[in-house]
Design a protein around this ligand. Structure first.
Ligand SMILES: C[S@@+](CC[C@H](N)C(=O)[O-])C[C@H]1O[C@@H](n2cnc3c(N)ncnc32)[C@H](O)[C@@H]1O
Length: 297
């Protein structure tokens, strides 16, 4: 095993990977159908021919730039394992903040303000569902809190491929019957629905910055990354739909790039002048989620 690890690390370093050791350990664990801890604990264990060639094939893919998550077919998000492949963006750790804020909003509304008996479920919409990271995690968290019945979760995407992957992840986490998946350009507009909480991680990379992203990103759908010339083109269109989509006292939580705080404030002031726009920072202090609310009338 040790020899394979050394060869793999050297190969991935040569190919330009900045995490050659970690990648190699993960790929060897994948080839051996075990976990990385086992690899680290038993570096001298023998490796059969089948697993060695499986490892070689995985190394070839990584050396060509493909992300480790696509090769392994899985990515951890908020402590849950998500199936991932080229149909959707690999969920990023920064999006966990969006999920936490959405969960907090739902809990505040269900626990903080007493709701008359027989009230309809709270409606929550995840726009641009991708792999399902936001909607599925939220459904799992609400189930753990015993609040699943109190919330109607919807999720939209323009990409049928992404929606299919999200459905698969929802079923894998036993929340397939808890989320209504819809094909839509941003907010589903075929009915008079209003949502209490809208959460969205839409593409926000400037078009001219997309080719500059790490090579691994070129394996992800460009539709999931490209936010137009200023990076906020898709989000701007969402803002235009919000006043017709949010319930009274509703809130929209929108993930943005760490350098887009002021641009987001300016955009919100232009498109939704009567709304408030607060920015929630990540652990590094960068603005990460814009919180938009209609001013109370
Ligand atoms: C940055 S990815 C986020 C995926 C997932 N929510 C996550 O956080 O990992 C953006 C998603 O928005 C979708 N998308 C892009 N434009 C859209 C539009 N106009 N309407 C709905 N979804 C859109 C993409 O297909 C992609 O799945």
């Amino acid at each position: 095993m040790r020899e394979l690890l050394d060869v793999g690390i050297a190969r991935l370093r040569d190919s330009g990977s900045e995490s050659a050791r970690l990648d190699t350990e993960l790929l060897l664990a994948f080839a051996l159908e075990t976990d990385r801890t086992t690899i680290l604990a038993h570096p001298d264990a023998p490796v059969g021919d089948g697993a060695a060639s499986h490892f070689e094939a995985a190394l070839d893919r990584r050396a060509s730039g493909e992300p480790v998550a696509y090769i392994r077919g899985v990515k951890e998000f908020h402590g849950l394992a998500f199936a991932v492949d080229g149909r959707a963006l690999i969920p990023r750790p920064e999006t966990e903040r969006l999920v936490e804020l959405a969960e907090l909003e739902v809990v505040r509304r269900l626990v903080g303000a007493p709701r008359p008996q027989g009230s309809p479920p709270l409606r929550v919409l995840d726009v641009g569902v991708g792999s399902g990271a936001v909607a599925v995690t939220l459904a799992v968290l609400l189930r753990r809190r015993g609040m699943a019945e109190d919330v109607q979760l919807d999720a939209s995407d323009v990409s049928e491929d992404a929606l299919q992957l999200a459905r698969e992840n929802a079923v894998a986490h036993a929340v397939g019957d808890r989320i209504d998946f819809r094909t839509a350009d941003l907010i589903p507009g075929d009915e008079l629905l209003r949502w209490d909480v809208v959460a969205a991680n839409l593409p926000y990379v400037r078009s001219d910055a997309v080719p500059e992203l790490p090579r691994a990103a070129s394996f992800e759908p460009v539709l999931a990354l490209d936010g137009g010339p200023d990076g906020l083109r898709v989000i701007a269109r969402l803002l235009d739909q919000l006043s017709g989509a949010l319930a009274r006292n509703g809130v929209a939580l929108l993930e943005i790039g760490g350098d887009q705080g002021q641009a987001m404030r300016d955009l919100a002031a232009e498109r939704l002048p009567d709304w408030s726009c607060e920015l929630e920072a990540d652990l590094g202090g960068l603005p990460r989620v814009a919180v938009l609310r209609q001013a109370a009338s």
